[in-house]
Design a protein around this ligand. Structure first.
Ligand SMILES: Nc1ncnc2c1ncn2[C@@H]1O[C@H](COP(=O)(O)OP(=O)(O)OP(=O)(O)O)[C@@H](O)[C@H]1O
Ligand code: SF4
Ligand SMILES: [Mg+2]
Length: 327
């Protein structure tokens, strides 16, 4: 079994909304008790509808958003509550690739400055060393070394995302959160970026939390998948198991809605109705119950725990065993 690099336990990120001197406001529970592990060299996909808390979780792991409660251990070090100095040192080992390559690159900085910034910040090498490293990184992501002297607006979306990836790789991280890195790109370009990530992951032994909507991309790239709904983990399994033996009704509905070849295609499909409930006032018990075709009274009373149902396969549904037998 590979060594655990990132260990998340009961993590919560709650946002206070509408609070002022005169008003109490309410709490939005974007992430509400998530536990998961990522092994060294493992690529874990994180899926779930818009608003389920994926970005908030990804950013909280890197402390780009402050967690409210819980623990994130990175290579044995507790990240939550870590003083700024120690956090800075750890930051060079954990990086992020953003969704929007247009908004995430400073238009006033040259590509060389953008990629070299983190090296500079972490005082890595001399100026000449850093220039050399920037050139190497550009080549690694499939761009010419001469790109360093140019500015972001001179590049296409796909090329900009390559620059974003080079920036993330500059400090030699062990772990990268890739937050929908291809969603803003043309479909024709998406495969190139996914292939690049796949090559880099193999070459550098990176651990990646890959946030995405496209289940076929996730299946191609990820070893394991975590399915999230309204701030909670519903199911986690190896990519192979999740796609062939989904156990949670929510996972099954996501697969049934996806335009990918689906072994369940000929059986009863689960069509999701309605919208995600508000994380300000989530349903009691199982948060999925208001949209679950299998919900019974007990689902409103008990919050299902993630139960192990097979090797590296866990499901949070009180009816999962009987539903599995009904299949
Ligand atoms: N800074 C914030 N303050 C208040 N609420 C927030 C904040 N950031 C996110 N939220 C809320 O937290 C919930 C989760 O948002 P998040 O962006 O993490 O979802 P997501 O799964 O990444 O969605 P998408 O697929 O659209 O990117 C949403 O209800 C969102 O409105
Ligand atoms: S616990 Fe109940 S509501 Fe939740 S997924 Fe299972 S059957 Fe559906
Ligand atoms: Mg998001």
């Amino acid at each position: 079994m590979a060594e655990t690099l990132v260990q998340v336990s009961d993590l919560k990120v709650h946002f206070p909304i509408g609070r002022s001197l005169f008003k109490d406001g309410v709490t939005l529970k974007a992430v509400d008790g998530v536990s998961l592990d990522i092994a060294r060299g493992e690529v874990v996909g994180l899926v779930g509808e818009s608003g389920s808390g994926k970005t908030t979780l990804g950013r909280a792991l890197l402390r780009l958003i402050e967690p409210t409660e819980g623990s994130v251990r990175f290579d044995g070090t507790e990240v939550v509550g870590l003083p700024p100095r120690d956090l800075k040192a750890l930051r060079s080992r954990m990086q992020i690739i953003f969704q929007d390559p247009y908004a995430s690159l400073n238009p006033r900085m040259s590509v060389g400055q953008i990629i070299g910034e983190a090296l500079h910040l972490h005082s890595i090498g001399t100026r000449a060393d850093r220039d050399e490293r920037v050139g190497d990184l550009l080549e690694k992501v499939g761009l010419p070394r001469t790109a360093a002297a140019r500015f972001p607006h001179e590049f296409s979306g796909g090329q900009r995302q390559r620059i974003g990836i080079a920036r993330a790789l500059a400090v030699n991280p062990d772990f990268i959160v890739a937050d929908e890195p291809v969603s803003a790109l043309d479909v024709s370009i998406q495969a190139q970026i996914i292939n690049l990530l796949q090559d880099l992951r193999q070459e550098l032994g990176l651990s990646i939390l890959f946030i995405g909507h496209d289940l076929s991309v996730i299946e191609f790239l990820c070893d394991r998948v975590v399915v999230m709904y309204l701030g909670h983990v519903m199911e986690t399994a190896t990519a192979a198991d999740l796609y062939t033996q989904p156990r949670h009704p929510y996972t099954r509905s996501l697969l049934d809605a996806a335009p990918v070849p689906n072994p369940r295609a000929k059986r009863d499909r689960i069509m999701l109705k309605g919208d995600l409930p508000s994380p300000i006032n989530p349903p009691s018990g199982c948060v999925f119950r208001t949209r679950c075709p299998f919900a019974i009274e007990a689902c409103a009373q008990v919050e299902p725990a993630l139960e192990t149902v097979g090797p590296r396969h866990a499901v949070a549904c009180i009816r999962q065993a009987e539903l599995n037998l009904m299949e």
